[in-house]
Design a protein around this ligand. Structure first.
Ligand SMILES: CC(C)(COP(=O)(O)OP(=O)(O)OC[C@H]1O[C@@H](n2cnc3c(N)ncnc32)[C@H](O)[C@@H]1OP(=O)(O)O)[C@@H](O)C(=O)NCCC(=O)NCCSC(=O)/C=C/c1ccc(O)cc1
Length: 358
């Protein structure tokens, strides 16, 4: 396994984005100062964006926003792929582009056909026979789903080297004229992130990592909650993508997820007591608290997720790969188990059982 990232170029402090939101939303909410406390309460300090503050001060058409997405996605995606295939923390030799069998491209924040991985293949020397599997629409769950689908691909083709490339430029969907509370909360949470992960089959010819152990993917579980399409998603209108996300998500996690994780672990002879590591997408502070409470986990198990939330915000599908990278850098004894998980529109969850191995 390897990872690579490209941090988008414009770093903004939470205090700057709070001021921006105050200017924008002041007319819409009489109690704006009370609502602005969400910017401080969310445990986010900095976020990174593809465009600077000036860009968000102006209205943009759907066409302009989506064109900006395509341009930045290619530029940042290329760097994340390069960093992943040459990451000396995990690889003793660089992986040549032409050895990548398949790219799973994950996104829900911009549209492109041909999809972004094809455009990146025009810029980097991949084999023209590389299989392209673009996955659009899984939202925050997409990074975990990408790891799951890559795992299954490697079971079918054990010699395969697979790239999961997640590109989310959530800020480029920003709707200045949507003065809903969801949009205000979203403006405090969402950020841009670009991450790549290399997943290799058991028989792949890959130069050994310099680390003692790395996580292996063992099993996966995808779950759709029936009749829950209004929990999260996009309302697609002439001006672009308008965010839908329910304020009940933390409560839904509390009542729905615990059982699922327990059943998943039990089907592999494990319980939550066996779980040492929890590689969880930090959807928001209250989302992380809900995970702790429903699974009775020790609070230290979300430290890496909180770190990513603090320094990068919620970068939708890319976020869980940032969290995974922090776990991969830790010295974790061989044999220990973990779960990688994220939730997204559907409403759905993705679970991956991990075991650290030499
Ligand atoms: C740290 C937060 C953000 C703030 O906490 P707080 O400061 O204690 O504030 P409250 O939770 O009390 O919320 C303040 C107000 O906002 C309201 N609110 C609170 N979430 C909501 C709400 N989703 N709707 C609409 N009103 C709300 C809440 O009801 C309350 O209103 P009021 O009754 O007038 O006091 C906390 O609410 C929190 O962690 N929430 C969980 C966030 C969450 O669900 N994350 C997972 C979903 S991620 C997701 O769906 C992704 C979407 C997405 C979006 C854009 C993209 O570009 C890409 C992706």
């Amino acid at each position: 396994m390897s990872t690579g990232f490209c941090i988008p170029p414009y770093e903004l402090k939470q205090s700057d984005t709070a001021q921006f939101a105050k200017d924008l939303f002041a007319e819409s909410f009489r109690d704006i100062n009370r609502l602005l406390t969400v910017f401080e309460n969310g445990q986010i300090e900095t976020r990174h964006f593809a465009k600077g503050m000036d860009w968000f001060q102006e209205d943009h058409t759907f066409e302009e926003k989506n064109n900006a997405f395509i341009e930045s996605a290619i530029e940042l995606g290329i760097k994340a792929v390069e960093n992943c295939l040459t990451n000396s923390a995990y690889l003793s030799d660089n992986i040549p582009y032409e050895e990548i069998d398949t790219i799973f491209y994950i996104s829900t924040s911009g549209l492109a056909t041909p999809s972004i991985e094809a455009r990146i293949m025009n810029e980097l020397p991949f084999s023209p026979h590389t299989k392209r599997i673009p996955i659009w629409g899984l939202g925050c769950a997409g990074g975990a789903s990408g790891v799951s689908r890559a795992h299954e691909y490697c079971l079918a083709f054990p010699k395969a080297k697979v790239l999961v490339l997640s590109i989310e430029l959530c800020s480029l969907t920003f709707q200045r004229n949507d003065r809903s509370k969801s949009n205000l909360i979203g403006t405090s949470l969402f950020a841009d992130g670009v991450a790549a992960a290399l997943i290799a089959g058991d028989e792949a010819d890959i130069s050994a990592s310099q680390l003692d152990t790395l996580p292996s993917t063992l099993h996966t579980q995808s779950t759709l909650m029936p009749d829950s399409k209004d929990v999260m998603g996009w309302d697609i209108r002439n001006n672009g993508l308008y965010v839908i996300f329910s304020k009940d998500i933390p409560t839904i996690i509390d009542s729905w997820l615990g059982n699922q994780v327990q059943t998943f672990l039990a089907s592999h002879g494990l319980t939550t007591q066996d779980l040492r590591h929890f590689v969880v997408h930090p959807g928001g502070k209250k989302v992380l608290e809900a995970y702790l409470s429903t699974l009775s986990l020790e609070s230290s198990m979300i430290d890496h997720s909180l770190h990513v939330l603090k320094h990068h915000g919620n970068m939708s599908s890319a976020t869980v790969l940032y969290v995974l990278d922090r776990f991969m850098k830790e010295k974790i004894p061989s044999g220990e188990y973990g779960v990688l998980t994220a939730l997204g529109p559907g409403f759905s969850s993705e679970l991956v059982l991990l075991q650290w191995r030499e």
